[in-house]
Design a protein around this ligand. Structure first.
Ligand code: IPE
Ligand code: IPE
Ligand code: MG
Length: 248
């Protein structure tokens, strides 16, 4: 079995690196349950995987890494789990801010951030400001995010521009729409990875993944690391992306 370094050398000779990799980080609860641990411990171990994929993405030369950390629907989980997740978010951004800046990681948070508790929100603002000048990797952390809600926000913004006479209905095209999404300043994902074997999108980036390649792995998120990231990238490099055309 090749290790991460061998996989990275293979990636370097196997073709284009995906510019934008998105990950639905799933399976923390099952990882904890398998060890008879409380679910929050699964989330805590999942933070190690975040560190590993950030480093792995930087080394591979990925430009944008999008991580689905907490969905709008996840607010419906038991209050104890939600508060554990929020504390971990705060701890992660506080504990990692300096290292992320040193690595050149420009951190952004995407989602309904107004729902975050003041302490989490302040920590989020701080790391975003601290890393705003970084340009090695763009790290999008999706928190309190739901794709349908994002799409509705964009539609509402278009509708109010039309109502105010700033835009005609004919001017509503793909670019007018996408510039109103949270992801307006990044390319669509080339590769979407979902861990824990679930074969669904769970309301993540519905518009943006029109031509994204999928990689579903049974590995639970706390067990996912640089090696698993590189396996997914290598597999991606074997795909024939046709975008509806006939192969060259
Ligand atoms: C992913 O792990 C983390 C979040 C959704 C916040 P889960 O907590 O969904 O873990 P499973 O799916 O229950 O195993
Ligand atoms: C999707 O995982 C959301 C995140 C990974 C943050 P879920 O565990 O919430 O998704 P479902 O409930 O299995 O669809
Ligand atoms: Mg889950």
């Amino acid at each position: 079995m090749p290790d991460a370094a061998e996989l990275l050398s293979q990636i370097r000779i196997s073709g284009a690196i995906p510019r934008h990799v998105a990950i639905i980080m799933d399976g923390n609860g099952r990882w904890a349950r398998d060890r008879m641990l409380p679910r929050p411990l699964g989330h805590r171990h999942g933070m190690k995987s975040v560190r590993a994929v950030v480093e792995g993405a930087i080394e591979a030369g990925v430009e944008v890494l999008s991580l689905f950390a907490f969905s709008k629907e996840n607010w419906q989980r038991p209050a104890l789990e939600v508060s554990a997740l929020m504390s971990l978010l705060e701890e992660f951004v506080q504990g990692e801010a300096d290292e992320l800046e040193r690595q050149g990681v420009h951190v952004r948070f995407l989602g309904e951030l107004e729902r975050l508790a003041p302490a989490a929100s302040a920590a989020v603002d701080r790391v975003v400001r601290q890393t705003a000048h970084c340009a090695t990797l763009r790290l999008n952390l999706f928190v309190s995010y739901g794709s349908r809600a994002e799409i509705l926000l964009a539609i509402r913004s278009l509708a109010s521009d039309v109502a105010a006479g700033r835009l005609t209905p004919e001017q509503i095209d793909e670019s007018a729409f996408t510039e109103r999404l949270y992801t307006s300043d990044v390319p669509d994902p080339d590769l979407l990875i979902r861990t824990s074997g679930e074969q669904r999108i769970s309301n993540f980036l519905l518009w943006q993944i029109a031509y994204t390649e999928f990689s579903i792995t049974p590995v639970l998120w706390p067990d996912f690391g640089r090696k698993e990231l590189y396996e997914a990238i290598l597999d991606y490099q074997q795909r024939d992306r046709r975008f509806g055309r006939v192969p060259a």
